[in-house]
Every structure is written in structure tokens, then in C-alpha cells.
Design a protein around this ligand. Structure first.
Ligand SMILES: C[S@@+](CC[C@H](N)C(=O)[O-])C[C@H]1O[C@@H](n2cnc3c(N)ncnc32)[C@H](O)[C@@H]1O
Length: 405
């Protein structure tokens, strides 16, 4: 009976169908909507089933559309099937005599087929916003539409800026000073500047740091081209002594590789930077060292899990070091994992700055050291804070000696 529907759909490519809606059933499944969905892992059909006013979602591989339709049509008795293509609407209705009637009409406006998971989400800097550096960086095309291959980046930088915007919604300073470590091509740097300068009207100064000479040269060129005079770029290896002339209210780092995140956080800690937004990636330092001993050796059996365990241990240590230095810390998923699998952001605000010499000398630091000793690992940020704490204690002892003697 549904052969015409199958025929109708079998000649259509994945990107041609906007959605298919099945309705008019007296059964428990009242409505099913099928939409194309492009994820990192490939193309899928997302089926949304409405059962008792609740929505259930399932993603099915693109090539299995016919099988999916067969299952839906044979078991649910839907009387109406509406197929929405970019330019037309085709509907099938099963009449009381059992005949399937077809109608076709042109759609008033041509629709584009939106394949992304985030289709319903609105962004703080949506597609179409005239941000010229994003054209130079290949995120937007010349009509300010998102370039398909850069969609993940577009989502990441939007979500990042949304989280910052929320945290700083009451920021009332005359000037906002930002450092961006491991800025790379500086997608994020440019939109942070754009957002605070042109949308929030705050005088914004940003210093972007990266170890790559060419990247810094290109970023300087873009900033100059658009008169973004508040952004400066510096070529520097942040793991070595580098000079950072500008004090900062906020430190951002997006995917600063491996221990570069530690040096970024360390800079924030040492300079009492109030706001920290850091998304770590490729946390290899602990993964290279960790050995699970004795009865725990099975924890190290599977490379992927070992890697994830090491990343979690690394980032937990980082959060706790920040906490030991007076930051309130939380961790949020700033995008879903289709935009980037490295989607955990460490968000921190300095609320209880400790007196300089006592940096990190407290119970929190003792707890972290105990954990690191247990796993027999050395971790960069922890080493840096331990070094500073030891120096602080030595200075304190010296001061005591001077006053008592
Ligand atoms: C994965 S990219 C991320 C770039 C950018 N933040 C983004 O999200 O598009 C990491 C960047 O960190 C930089 N980087 C890594 N180690 C560094 C170090 N020790 N000092 C400065 N930059 C570093 C790399 O050169 C690279 O550009």
C-alpha cells in the first residue's frame, strides 16, 4: 500500500529531504518526525517519536531510510504522511476506503535543508553577523554564512562567548583586559573582541599568545586590516619565561595543547586574573606516566579509557590547584561533543585571593598531592604551585627568623 511513498523517497538524496512527518495514528505512537542529521560520525536520520506527549529520539544511519520507513509504516497505522522537500510539500492521506491519496504543492519559500544538530539553537553571534575577520579565517563565506566544514568551530566560539557573556553580564569596568593563550588562528580572540567592543561597548584590550610565528603574523595582519586596534598578538612559548606586559581581568584558552593549558592557568593564578575560561585538550602528560598497580592494573588495560582517565585526573588536579589558590571553580560542557569531543570547560573566578606568600598552602593542595602520589604522577601545574608554596613557606620562615632574632 505504501509503495508510492517508498518510490517517492527512494530517488531523493540525503540532503534533499527537509523532514517527513507521520501522523493520524490512533496507536500509542502519535507522531513521528524524521529529519536528516549530519554529525561528526556521518549522516543519520533522526527519528523523533511522540508517545504520550513525550519525545524520544533515535539516530539511524542514512542508508537505512527504507528500513526505517518500513518499520514505521507497518507497525503504527499512520493515516497522514507529509514529506517536506526544499521546494515542495507532498502529502499522502489514507482515506476511509483504504486508498492512499497524494497531493503536491510548492512551498512558498524555498527552505534549505539544515543538517546540523544545532538547527534550532540561536547563537549570540549568529550566521549573518558581519564579523569580517571570520571571513578571513574561513568560518564565514563572503555573505557571512557559515562555511560547512567550519560549523564545529562556529558553534564552539559562539558557546564559549555565551558562557563568558553570562559570567560577565554585570561587568562594569571601563576597560576589559583579556589574555588568550595558545590563540592559534584566533577565531575566539576575534569574536571576544568583537562581542565586547561592538555589542557591549566596552573598551576591550586583548593579548593573544602563540608559539607559532606565521600564525601570529597572520593574526596581526587581520587585526590591522579591520582596525581592531585593541588586539595585540605576541609570539611566545608560554612554557618558558615570557613577558606579558598587560595585566588582565580574564584569561581564556581554547584547546591549548597538553601542558600549555597548565602554563596558561599558572599565569592566571600568579597574576590574580579574576575570570578564567579554559578548555584543555590532548592531556598527555599523565597518560605517559600513569601505571595502575597491583589490584588496579586492569584500569590501564584499554588505551582509550586510560587516556580518558588520565585526562580527567589532569583536569581535576588543575581545578583543585585553582581552588587551592582562591578560585571558585566549576566544569561545564560548553558544546555537545559533535562540535568538539574536547568540550569540557574549566570555569573559575577568583573570589578569595590568598595572601601572596601563602599561595596554595592549604588543605586542598595537600589533598591533590596525596592523589598525585597515589598514582605516582608528576603534573605541571601541581609542580608549579608546589614550587611556589615551598618558596612561600621558606620566605615565611625567613621572615619569622628575622622578627624573632
Ligand atoms: C589546538 S590549537 C588551538 C588554537 C585556538 N585557541 C583555537 O581554539 O582555535 C593550540 C594552539 O596552542 C599553541 N601552543 C601550544 N603550546 C604552546 C606554548 N607552549 N606556547 C604558546 N602557544 C602554544 C599552538 O601553537 C596552537 O596554535
Amino acid at each position: 500500500m505504501y509503495t508510492p511513498v517508498f518510490k517517492e523517497l527512494s530517488g531523493r538524496g540525503f540532503g534533499e529531504i527537509v523532514k517527513i512527518v507521520f501522523s493520524g495514528s490512533s496507536g500509542a505512537v502519535r507522531r513521528i518526525t524524521v529529519r536528516p542529521l549530519r554529525l561528526k560520525g556521518g549522516d543519520f536520520w533522526q527519528c523523533e517519536k511522540i508517545v504520550d506527549d513525550k519525545a524520544f529520539h533515535q539516530n539511524i544511519e542514512a542508508e537505512k531510510l527504507q528500513t526505517v520507513l518500513g518499520g514505521i509504516l507497518n507497525s503504527n497505522g499512520f493515516s497522514d504522511i507529509n514529506i517536506f522537500l526544499a521546494d515542495k510539500h507532498i502529502s499522502y492521506h489514507t482515506a476511509s476506503n483504504g486508498r492512499l491519496n497524494r497531493k503536491e504543492s510548492a512551498r512558498k519559500e524555498n527552505r534549505t535543508v539544515e543538517l546540523s544538530h544545532d538547527r534550532k539553537k540561536s547563537y549570540i553571534l549568529p550566521e549573518g553577523t558581519e564579523i569580517p575577520p571570520l571571513v578571513d579565517l574561513g568560518v564565514f563565506d563572503s555573505s557571512y554564512r557559515v562555511v560547512k566544514s567550519k560549523y564545529g568551530k562556529f558553534v564552539q566560539i559562539n558557546r564559549f562567548i555565551e558562557i563568558i557573556a553570562e559570567k560577565l553580564k554585570h561587568f562594569s569596568g571601563n576597560e576589559l583586559r583579556v589574555v588568550d593563550f595558545g590563540c592559534g588562528k584566533s577565531y575566539l580572540t576575534f569574536i571576544v573582541y568583537y562581542y565586547f567592543t561592538f555589542i557591549r561597548n566596552i573598551n576591550t584590550r586583548i593579548a593573544g599568545y602563540d608559539v607559532k610565528k606565521e600564525v601570529i603574523r597572520d593574526c596581526r595582519g587581520i587585526a590591522e586590516r579591520y582596525g581592531y586596534s585593541g588586539i595585540e598578538f605576541f609570539e611566545a612559548d608560554i612554557s618558558r619565561g615570557f613577558s606579558c606586559p598587560q595585566a588582565a581581568d580574564m584569561m581564556i584558552s581554547l584547546h591549548a595543547c597538553d601542558t600549555a593549558t597548565d602554563y596558561a592557568l599558572w599565569h592566571a593564578i600568579q597574576n590574580n586574573v579574576r575570570f578564567v575560561f579554559s578548555v584543555p585538550c590532548c592531556q598527555q602528560e599523565i597518560n605517559r606516566q600513569i601505571k595502575f598497580r597491583d589490584e588496579y592494573s586492569l584500569l590501564g588495560q584499554y588505551g582509550l579509557y586510560k587516556e580518558r582517565f588520565s585526562a580527567i585526573l589532569t583536569d581535576t588536579i588543575r581545578c583543585e590547584v585553582l581552588r587551592s589558590c582562591g578560585y571558585d571553580v566549576d566544569v561545564v560542557e560548553f558544546t555537545d561533543s559533535s562540535a568538539t569531543p574536547k568540550n569540557a570547560m574549566i570555569r573559575a573566578e577568583l573570589k578569595h585571593p590568598p595572601p601572596g606568600a601563602n599561595m596554595g598552602v592549604n588543605a586542598a593542595l595537600a589533598d591533590i598531592n596525596r592523589v598525585a602520589r597515589y598514582f605516582n604522577v608528576s603534573q605541571t601545574l601541581l609542580n608549579l604551585i608546589n614550587g611556589a608554596a615551598a618558596e612561600g613557606q621558606a620566605d615565611g620562615l625567613l621572615a619569622d627568623e628575622h622578627t624573632s632574632g
